[in-house]
Ligand binder design. Structure first.
Ligand code: GDP
Ligand code: MG
Length: 436
């Protein structure tokens, strides 16, 4: 998925300007990439339609950086589609009962352990694991192994094969022994069938859990959607756990499941170890699906700070040779507003490594600002009037030397020349080079 989207977004990033034709082309590529990642065709189609509408609404083609704006719209929309903010788990019961559901092999037993460990270490809870997978003795042992690993008690009863009775006895055991969370691991089957559905729904009705979670292997693609729907029809579950996102991940499952059952994805599993659990953040998942690292947040930050109108005025001034020190000061202040220079550079893929050994600090601007502040308005707009005595006054006022003032004037002149050059077509080329 990432590769395909990369290609689609590259079409945009590579061009200094985009046209209606390549917006349409890119949206088509994005739709194709989503469908290839097992996102339901209709969902993918609706998705691109919404993006297109928003792009038109925001007049993407007229913005300074249409490609980046479109990328931002795509990302925002993807985030929205996977659910707004991260949602927690309902722990209001005493004890709070959490029921696991899902197919065999989806990762229920592993996730039960991860969640118990998470609640114990991060939320200071005292969880009890209950083994209700009565069909395979190995399943009960597996939960005991997990419990031993994380130091959490496991309640099991090999003498009965009634999962409802075990679940109820487990909850009673928790109440009398001071456990405040009960996590019930259940049996699954390889495919949705009536026996499994009847069993899980019987357990669900009998114990009335605070939280019912549906565990799904993110690598099962389109099937994941059908399974989620089947379980949701019976359980009306509260949230989804997406496991095995460490493998050959298909982000498509997250998008489709959320759209079809409209339940939040709460946690993700990213490995076999007990620590491989993460709270689900839609925006991070969108980043991951888009495979863009932190490029998107860089775009957002830049967008907040750079006023388009301001930039246009500046271009006019440069063209007319009216660019003065006041404008220069504004530029510096804008760059500074964007945040720490090193952080900023670090967000550009590839640039991070390059910048590691370079020393960029925000103080570099201090001397320059002091010098400019010591100039009169006339000197700022017409730097050529700065003669020897004026320079001396400026140096004294800013606590610098005439030499430093001269150096700034020299740099300023060079910059002016360069900016004029960039406007004459060279700029586009340079921007393209910078964007890779
Ligand atoms: P259950 O049948 O639903 O209880 O599934 P299990 O918890 O037994 O998990 C099935 C297999 O998937 C086991 O080999 C687990 O180690 C593995 N597994 C579970 N979660 C993850 C995960 O997030 N990442 C990876 N790589 N493997 C996982
Ligand atoms: Mg199991």
């Amino acid at each position: 998925l990432s590769d395909k989207l990369d290609k689609a977004l590259h079409i945009l990033k590579g061009h200094g300007s985009i046209t209606e034709v390549n917006v349409a082309e890119t949206l088509k590529e994005i739709r194709r990439a989503l469908v290839d990642a097992d996102v339901n065709y209709k969902i993918a189609k609706d998705f691109t339609a919404t993006v297109k509408e928003k792009a038109l609404g925001q007049d993407v083609l007229k913005s300074l950086k249409p490609g980046q704006l479109l990328v931002k719209i795509v990302k925002d929309e993807l985030t929205e589609l996977m659910g707004g903010d991260a949602e927690g788990i309902n722990l209001s019961g005493n004890p709070s009962v959490i029921l696991m559901s899902g197919l065999q092999g989806s990762g229920k037993t592993t996730f039960s352990g991860k969640l118990a460990n998470f609640l114990k270490t991060k939320k200071s809870k005292k969880p009890l694991l209950v083994a209700c997978d009565v069909y395979r003795p190995a399943a009960i042992n597996q939960l005991h192994v997990v419990g031993d690993q994380i130091g959490v008690e496991v309640y099991s009863d090999k003498l009965t094969n009634d999962p409802v009775a075990i679940a109820q006895a487990g909850i009673a055991h928790a109440k009398t022994n001071g456990f405040n969370v009960v996590i019930i691991d259940t049996a699954g089957r390889l495919a949705v069938d009536e026996v499994m559905m009847t069993e899980i729904s019987t357990i669900h009705k009998a114990i009335q859990p605070q939280e019912t979670l549906f565990v799904v292997d993110s690598m099962t693609g389109q099937d994941a959607v059908n399974t989620a729907k089947a379980f949701n029809d019976v359980l009306n579950f509260d949230g989804v756990i997406l496991t095995k996102l460490d493998g050959d991940t298909r982000g498509g499952a997250a998008i489709s499941i959320k759209s079809v059952v409209n339940k939040p994805i709460k946690f993700i599993g990213t490995g076999e170890k007990m620590e491989a659990i993460d709270v689900f953040y839609p925006s991070r998942m969108a980043d991951r699906i888009l495979g863009m690292g932190d490029v998107v947040s860089l775009v957002e930050r830049a967008q907040e700070q750079f006023d388009e109108e301001e930039a246009r005025k500046l271009q006019k001034k440069i063209a007319k040779d009216q660019f003065g020190f006041d404008d220069f000061l504004k530029q510096i202040q804008q760059v500074k507003k964007m945040g720490n220079m090193k952080d900023l550079m670090g967000m550009i893929p590839g640039a991070g490594k390059m910048m590691k050994n370079m020393d960029i600090d925000d103080d570099a601007f201090k001397g320059i600002e002091a010098i400019i502040h010591s100039m009169t308005p006339k000197e700022r707009s017409q730097p050529h009037i700065l003669n020897a005595s004026r320079k001396k006054r400026v140096a004294k006022g800013s606590g610098t030397s005439v030499q430093e003032v001269n150096q700034l004037l020299k740099q300023f002149n060079q910059m002016g020349k360069m900016m004029k050059m960039m406007q004459g077509g060279g700029g586009k080329k340079m921007m393209q080079m910078m964007q890779g």
